[in-house]
Ligand binder design. Structure first.
Ligand code: SF4
Length: 763
């Protein structure tokens, strides 16, 4: 694309006249603007990364006004100077000429890629006028709002509530929803894993060496490198984590549940579980005995393909290592219809090992509020949410999440993205007219983008806030460029683990072409629409001041170091040496000790029974047969000859980074992994072009033959197969697995199903 204006003309104009139609560089992009003028500044700024949602603490070096180097922030012990390839490439995104830096309004047909560049103010006027009209005619609920979780999502949430719509969606239903719902109904809260001290880790494809979170990955690496820790991995492919394992079992996708149920069977059959812990802290063991009576190691062998002796051996080894053991629920693994029961079974298996609040097991995060309560005095500063008085609207949602039906257990803050196309196309339960999105690309990351696109075409208004012209942005009426994380000051973020800690995002360089942050965008839009009277803050400094409750020392520390911890001893409630150290430092905590000198009284389970629910009456009432972990729905093949599964690479983040210059240079394609036996059967050789096909779609792929995959399974890295012409490096390369996924959801937790049956045809 090229502008009918020269670059200089473009710089001079902010009017609607810059209508674009052409070939080389769209006027909304950095490449259409003369090199920005930078100050002569040399400095180092401590902040945190956003190249993926792990949000690691980083340090960015600025030389002559430009970011030249990024590494881990040594103020955070877990990071030191370590970083991953994506984190180190942040400046490659910042200075990418294909990055958006001017708001755009559509002038052609939807999806035709014809735009005019405008000012933010002009864009806000346009959006405000349209949204106000839609709200008047169809009600606020006819507008959907969605975003990827993170600070920008908090600001979107506030705006959604001020606008008056109940229809807020995060990315959670396409990713971590199963463990969030499973934890809520089992322990009443999420738990963390004490990898560095663990003696035995059973891993179901939680690939921390490719789905990296630097400090977690380092802890995990440290643990599995020790002779004292055994790592057993169940995963259909030979991933990096499988390569580091003591034992790898190539499990059939979607069948992990059978393996976990067989472990539980062995433990209950042989009485090898922590009876005292189960007696004191759980409900429902009898129902579990009943539901796992027949789930023997032999039974699972036929389903998973893993020999019965292996299940017997792993069960015995785990019990011998307990409580210093972790059965890792992962992020999302071989997601199929059984995902909720798989995750629940894993959480229950951990409870049977009695590893809660024990070294090398699982633990509750110790935030400032918690340790202050334990110590009976304030030992760490607490923070608050300046927008917490702005409540979410409780009208009927289009997906009825948290309200009724199959999404009853889904939080109103998550929603179910897969339900959006049907809601728009069927106009049920009511008409949807507009969709406002921030940093999300459902046309790549959500199942069946073909249907999503069909639905988007019915809308009167689509607003997309993003760094790049994504596939979804291509469908928008208005595209709002967002400042990258290196150009943003943001609020305080809680990163507590066994002790409290915070981090804060600090601006490294001024935003190129004055691009706005999402809080500036939503704050300004609320003002324009006259719905901003409930905000207590006007800018990021007052937002931070409210968050810190006026704690200047904390803010200064975070502005300087990007990270703050408080020299508070790590705490595990059931581990004597940890408790002793804590009480020695804070003697006022001694009134919370139990008769064994432990802090077990502080373990609170926010479940209906106040205990860990092996059996949940709440689940059983809503989904009969699901109240206790049991055998359910493990067929993902659905009559097709192969299963296609997907996963993360260490080079890219979901559908977000494929066009970033450095990362695209490292990896620009995702050939499909095929076992040599399958290749022989299908008469395929390396590099052959094929189609993967099922009743949802047909997608091109390139053959990569490897022993590292089961013969009945195919694998691709996610986020490829792009078709936005404006992502010039990524466009047209690779396979988009989403095009083969149906909009079906996993029962109880409404997760997206990421494994499906396919056949191979010749291209
Ligand atoms: S894992 Fe890498 S990309 Fe993700 S936040 Fe950490 S440094 Fe950034």
């Amino acid at each position: 694309m090229s502008s009918t204006y020269t670059r200089r003309d473009f710089l001079k104009t902010t009017s609607f006249s810059a209508i674009l139609a052409g070939t080389s560089c769209m006027a909304g992009k950095l490449g259409s603007i003369d090199t920005p003028i930078f100050d002569d500044i040399n400095k180092t700024v401590n902040t945190y990364c956003e190249m993926c949602s792990s949000r690691c603490q980083i340090e960015a070096k600025v030389e002559k006004g430009k970011v030249t180097f990024i590494q881990g922030n040594a103020h955070s012990k877990g990071m030191n100077t370590s970083i991953c390839a994506r984190g180190a490439s942040g400046h490659s995104q910042l200075y990418d000429e294909q990055r958006l830096v001017k708001p755009l309004i559509r002038v052609g047909k939807r999806g035709e890629d014809k735009w005019m560049a405008v000012s933010y103010d002009e864009a806000f006027n346009f959006i405000s006028e349209k949204l106000t009209k839609i709200k008047k005619e169809y009600g606020a609920k006819s507008v959907l709002f969605s975003g990827k979780t993170g600070e920008h999502f908090n600001h979107l949430t506030t705006f959604t509530s001020l606008f008056g719509s109940p229809n807020l969606f995060s990315h959670v239903s396409t990713c971590p929803i199963s463990y969030k719902v499973a934890f809520h109904h089992t322990y009443g809260a999420g738990l963390k894993r004490d990898f560095p001290n663990s003696k035995y880790i059973l891993n179901f494809g939680h690939n921390l060496f490719e789905g990296i979170a630097v400090s977690k990955t380092k802890k995990f690496a440290k643990a599995v490198n020790k002779d004292s820790c055994k790592l057993v991995v169940l995963e259909p492919r030979f991933s990096v984590v499988a390569a580091k394992a003591d034992e790898w079992y190539s499990v059939k996708p979607g069948t992990d549940l059978a393996f976990v149920l067989s472990l539980i069977h062995v433990w209950l059959r042989d009485g090898k579980y922590d009876k005292e812990f189960v007696e004191n802290y759980t409900v429902g063991i009898e129902k579990l005995k009943e539901s796992t009576k027949t789930t023997t190691p032999k039974w699972q062998e036929k389903i998973t393909g893993i020999k019965a002796e292996v299940a017997e051996k792993v069960a015995n080894e785990l019990y011998a290592a307990a409580p210093s053991c972790i059965i890792d629920w992962g992020h999302k693994t071989t997601t199929g219809q059984s995902e909720f029961q798989r995750t629940r079974a894993i959480l229950v298996a951990n409870a049977l090992m009695g590893n809660l609040e024990k070294e090398g097991g699982l633990f509750f995060g110790k935030k400032a509020k918690t340790v202050n309560k334990v110590a009976n005095i304030n030992i760490a500063p607490e923070i608050s949410n300046p927008d917490k008085h702005i409540k979410m609207v409780k009208d009927l949602r289009v997906d009825k999440a948290s309200q009724e039906g199959e999404n009853i257990f889904v939080s109103r803050k998550y929603g179910v993205l897969m339900d959006i196309p049907d809601a728009i196309l069927s106009k049920k339960p009511y008409e949807v007219k507009a969709w406002v999105m921030t940093r999300t690309n459902p046309l790549v990351t959500v199942a069946n983008p073909q249907k999503m696109k069909e639905a988007m075409n019915k809308l009167d208004l689509i607003v997309v806030n993003d760094v790049y012209m994504s596939e979804t942005a291509q469908m928008a009426d208005v595209v709002l460029p967002e400042a990258t994380y290196l150009e943003r000051d943001e609020g305080i973020h809680d990163v507590s683990s066994k002790a409290p800690a915070y981090m804060m995002r600090n601006k490294v360089v001024e935003p190129i072409n004055k691009t706005l942050t999402s809080y500036e965008i939503f704050r300004a839009l609320a003002k324009k629409m006259n719905i901003d009277s409930e905000y207590k803050w006007n800018n990021i400094n007052s937002y931070r001041a409210h968050q810190s409750k006026g704690d200047i020392k904390l803010l200064e520390k975070l502005a300087k170091d990007g990270y703050a911890s408080f020299d508070i001893p790590a705490l595990l409630y059931r581990e004597k040496s940890y408790v002793d150290k804590f009480v020695e430092k804070y003697p006022t905590a001694s009134s919370n000790l139990d008769e064994n000198g432990l802090l077990t009284k502080m373990m609170k389970f926010k479940t209906p029974s106040g205990k860990i629910e092996i059996f949940s009456q709440t689940i059983e009432d809503a989904f009969a047969g699901y109240g206790v972990p049991a055998n359910h729905d493990m067929d993902v093949q659905k009559g097709y000859p192969y299963i296609i599964t997907s996963g993360k690479t260490a080079i890219h983040t979901n559908g977000h980074t494929q066009n970033i210059p450095y990362l695209n240079m490292l990896m620009s394609d995702n050939p499909v992994w095929i076992n040599p036996l399958t290749a022989k059967k299908e008469n395929l050789k390396n590099g052959d072009k094929i189609f993967l096909e099922n009743d949802v779609g047909k997608e091109k792929a390139t053959v990569f033959i490897t022993e590292g995959i089961r013969p009945d399974t195919l694998f691709v890295y996610m986020g490829f197969g792009r078709d936005s012409k404006e992502l010039k490096r990524a466009d047209g390369k690779g396979t988009c697995q989403s095009k083969l996924l149906s909009l079906d959801k996993g029962p109880v937790c409404s997760t997206m199903i990421t494994n499906t049956g396919v056949k191979i045809t010749r291209a």
